[in-house]
Design a protein around this ligand. Structure first.
Ligand code: URA
Length: 244
């Protein structure tokens, strides 16, 4: 576990799965699995109920190793192409996590495709990551895409704004703005797999390049491709507020 001041939110009692996520052990869902699989103990006794209330004094351990609270960090990375945004890649490609050296175990918040570029967040705060990805909070994500063939018609832009039919259901209304005949900025509040590419495919265009330029209140501006920076407490607070 990383050093640093314990996070204030860890001092009060909370459910075991949430405690593990807050401590940077795993995402909330992965923490639930660890618990159900009998790998988590409280005061020396195995606990299989993810809803059990615990706090810092409860003696929580995973595989026998004590879980200590660690301070939370959030990084913004400008993802280059040909980098995967899962934590590990069986194919041996670099991962977004490998581009941000940290003592803490970081997780990407959502995904960008292998060939996509732009703003991706990494954090050890599993709770915040889950909230930012949860469809309920409708956190806006803005993308700039270059598509072919050119130009994109006004009627296609209107369809994208209103919502298009995809195989996993219709998309919610989106904000869409033309930057050039075949260069479009689109803001969606969902996060389905390959959603932007599939939306453009639905109106007859292929996405040739996709860059995420904003995530919630954060913008990519100022970060070179491959560069990263740690968010300030004020920025993290703004992110948190976007999920409330
Ligand atoms: N939508 C996509 O189609 N791809 C991405 O990488 C992100 C959003």
């Amino acid at each position: 576990m990383g050093a640093g001041r314990p996070c204030a939110t860890l001092t009060s009692a909370m459910r075991l799965a949430k405690y593990l996520a807050h401590s940077g052990v795993a995402s909330r869902r992965a923490a639930e699995k660890l618990i159900v699989n009998g790998r988590v103990s409280v005061a020396g006794k195995t606990v299989t109920d993810p809803a059990r209330d615990v706090d810092e004094s409860s003696g929580v351990a995973v595989d026998g190793g004590p879980v200590k609270p660690e301070s939370h960090v959030v990084y913004a990375l400008n993802k280059p192409p040909r980098v995967v945004s899962t934590a590990k890649d069986p194919g041996g490609h670099p991962t977004v996590v490998s581009l941000v050296p940290s003592e803490r175990r970081l997780y990407p918040v959502g995904r960008l495709d292998f060939d996509s570029t732009g703003l991706i967040l990494l954090t050890n705060d599993g709770e915040l990551a889950n909230r930012l990805m949860h469809p309920r909070y409708e956190v806006p994500k803005t993308y700039r895409v270059q598509v072919s063939p050119s130009p994109v018609s006004e009627s296609s832009l209107t369809k994208l704004r209103q919502g298009v039919e995809l195989e996993d259901g219709p998309t919610a209304p989106a904000s869409v703005r033309r930057l050039a005949p075949a260069r479009i900025e689109i803001t969606i509040r969902e996060g389905r797999n390959r959603q932007v590419k599939r939306m453009f495919e639905a109106v007859g265009h292929r996405v040739e390049a996709l860059q995420r330029v904003a995530f919630g209140p954060l913008r990519l501006a100022g970060l070179e491709q491959g560069a990263y920076r740690r968010l300030t407490p004020a920025e993290i607070e703004r992110l948190r507020k976007s999920t409330s």
